[in-house]
Design a protein around this ligand. Structure first.
Ligand code: HEM
Ligand code: HEM
Length: 183
């Protein structure tokens, strides 16, 4: 397996993929909460739903590239002196995040199809209709999309808090591995 790392941290590819996906997810999450709070069915609401779906589909496409990249490139070793349980917890959180950045958009996509609304990416490309409209599946995927989003928000919060704790309390350079300007 090739390396995803330099002596000081992650490679430029790993860092770019990490932050592009993080920014798109923050945007999709904020937009998701905002758009669902708009009462009624206004043209603005429909436009925001489309933007939300396009952001989510973009996250999925980049997440596929990222997971393939990661499967063929090892991460740098954890900072020296990290307790074994923390290294295990970090690895588990990272695995879960890789799953969630794929599954959260998939549930949103299937919810949209089950609700009978095919996704037209960027208004240009009608994406595959994988399932027929169904009231039961619509409810299942809606609940799954919402709860997996909250799970992802919780894991990202702990993940970011851990990174900041490493930076501020332990001062072991962990955050600098993903934010090179901190090195
Ligand atoms: C990483 C990508 C995504 C994130 C972070 C995300 C996040 C969210 C959030 C936070 C909500 C509001 C949930 C609530 O009501 O509390 C939401 C709703 C929704 N999302 Fe996503 N989403 C993503 C991808 C997608 C995709 C790819 C689609 C469809 C192609 C989609 C379709 C929807 C729809 C239709 C709703 C409205 C749910 C409702 O009727 O209440 N999402 N999303
Ligand atoms: C949606 C948001 C985010 C997602 C999905 C995410 C996901 C991930 C994943 C999967 C890894 C593991 C990389 C690998 O070894 O293959 C990682 C590493 C990392 N992330 Fe995030 N992340 C997010 C947001 C953040 C934020 C907000 C921060 C900082 C405040 C952060 C800081 C870090 C750091 C420092 C590492 C490297 C950890 C190490 O060296 O062991 N991430 N992230």
């Amino acid at each position: 397996m090739r390396s995803n790392a330099t002596a000081a941290g992650y490679s430029a590819t790993a860092i770019s993929l990490h932050w592009i996906i993080a920014l798109l997810i923050f945007a999709a999450f904020g937009l998701g909460l905002y758009m669902t709070g708009i009462p009624g069915l206004t043209p603005t609401k429909l436009k925001l739903f489309s933007w939300h779906k396009w952001l989510g589909v973009t996250v999925f496409a980049i997440a596929v590239v990222r997971v393939l990249w990661r499967a063929t490139h090892a991460a740098p070793p954890v900072a020296a002196g990290t307790p074994a349980w923390q290294a295990k917890a970090a690895a588990a959180a990272h695995h879960l995040l890789y799953v969630l950045i794929l599954v959260v958009p998939i549930t949103g996509y299937l919810y949209s199809l089950a609700a009978g609304v095919p996704v037209v990416y960027l208004g240009l490309w009608k994406m595959p209709v994988l399932i027929e409209p169904s009231d039961e599946l619509k409810e299942v995927f809606k609940v799954a999309h919402i709860w997996l989003n909250y799970l992802m928000a919780a894991v990202v919060t702990v993940h970011a808090a851990a990174a900041i704790k490493h930076q501020v309390v332990d001062r072991d350079g962990t955050l600098g591995r993903m934010l090179p300007f901190l090195r």
